[in-house]
Design a protein around this ligand. Structure first.
Ligand code: DAH
Length: 331
């Protein structure tokens, strides 16, 4: 019986080991036979034989496990060796990558404002109530908070719902004058054809000594910016409301799909809304302790820009990472 144990070290692979295991420990295996044979033995012999059989069973099982581990390790090593990739080999495929349309659009926006000496600020994605709402003239229970379905953490902090809090952080950190944009990721509890829970915005803020910037400056720069992004489009400013600006406006461009004639995309108005803006509300300056200044601000959604520039109809396709779509944007 003991020679069964020696057989283990002769086994060369896992398959042979399994065969050996079955032939020894299996229902019809050597050990089972040994136990079955005991009824033919004289009663005084049985105890010794049973003891020996049990010992063999124990050592065999232990040795078997040990051998199994070694063989498994060897098999893994062989497999890894055979799958090794020679990264020094020349590739036969030469496909270039490209920027995602959202990133490309973001970069174009940033580039435009950097040329005008705007700094690029990041802020933070996890914000507090003060920076995301309160300091932007959105006190608790303000109805405008409902427009922004917010993701909250247990401790009351939140995922920023817009990039406007970066205005507040920048003004708290720096003295005026300020010229900044804040490109970044924002989050809202919203998911349908035209909304995703994560998207991108660019916020802009200019602050100067009181009286040195006006709505005319804001209008000039945004018109120039929109023509830079969309080409020869008409631009119009429509009175609107935002808590952090007064007066406020929404800005439309003539529809890029029908050139203003009216189509499904522009709801037959000939116009597409592309950003919000206004003169910074005095309450916002109060919240950061700025005195005797004036300024303007604006905010826009990058996905919307990308979709209009590339005439992509469904917002969600921007986030699916489908190569058939992305390949079309390869530079
Ligand atoms: N924060 C606004 C939003 O998320 C966008 C916005 C509108 C920003 C007007 C501004 C502004 O700075 O003046 O919808």
């Amino acid at each position: 019986m003991r020679e069964l144990i020696d057989k283990i070290s002769e086994v060369k692979n896992l398959k042979e080991l399994e065969e050996l295991r079955v032939s020894v420990l299996g229902k019809k295996g050597e050990l089972a036979k040994g136990f079955a044979n005991m009824k033919n033995l004289a009663p005084e012999q049985r105890k010794d034989v049973a003891k020996e059989l049990n010992e063999v069973k124990q050592s065999f099982t232990a040795k078997l496990e040990e051998r199994k581990e070694t063989l498994q390790k060897e098999a893994l090593e062989r497999e890894m060796l055979s799958e090794k990739i020679d990264i020094s080999l020349l590739s036969t495929s030469s496909e270039a990558g490209g920027y995602h349309p959202v990133v490309e659009t973001m970069n174009r926006i940033i580039e435009y404002f950097q040329k005008l000496n705007f700094s690029v600020e990041e802020g933070r994605m996890v914000e507090d109530d003060f920076h995301n709402f309160e300091a932007l003239n959105l006190p608790k229970h303000h109805p405008a908070r409902d427009m922004q379905d917010t993701f909250y953490f247990k401790d009351g902090s939140l995922l920023r719902t817009h990039t406007s809090p970066v205005q507040i952080r920048t003004m708290q950190r720096d003295k005026p004058p300020i010229r900044m944009i804040a490109p970044g990721t924002v989050f809202r509890r919203d998911f349908d054809l035209t909304h995703t829970p994560m998207f991108h915005q660019v916020e802009g803020l200019v602050v100067e000594e009181a009286g040195k910037v006006s709505f005319a400056n804001l209008k000039f720069i945004l018109e120039d910016f929109l023509k830079h992004m969309f080409g020869e489009v008409d631009v119009r400013f429509r009175p609107s409301f935002f808590p952090f600006t007064e007066p406020s406006a929404e800005v439309d461009i003539s529809c890029v799909f029908c050139e203003g004639d009216g189509c499904r995309v522009c709801s037959h108005t000939g116009w597409l809304e592309v950003l919000g803006c206004g003169m910074v509300d005095p309450n916002v300056f109060d919240a950061v302790g700025y005195k005797d200044v004036s300024g303007y601000a604006f905010g826009l959604g990058v996905e919307r820009f990308a979709m209009l520039i590339h005439q992509v109809p469904d917002l969600r396709s921007m986030f699916e990472g489908d190569l058939r779509l992305l390949e079309q944007f390869r530079a």
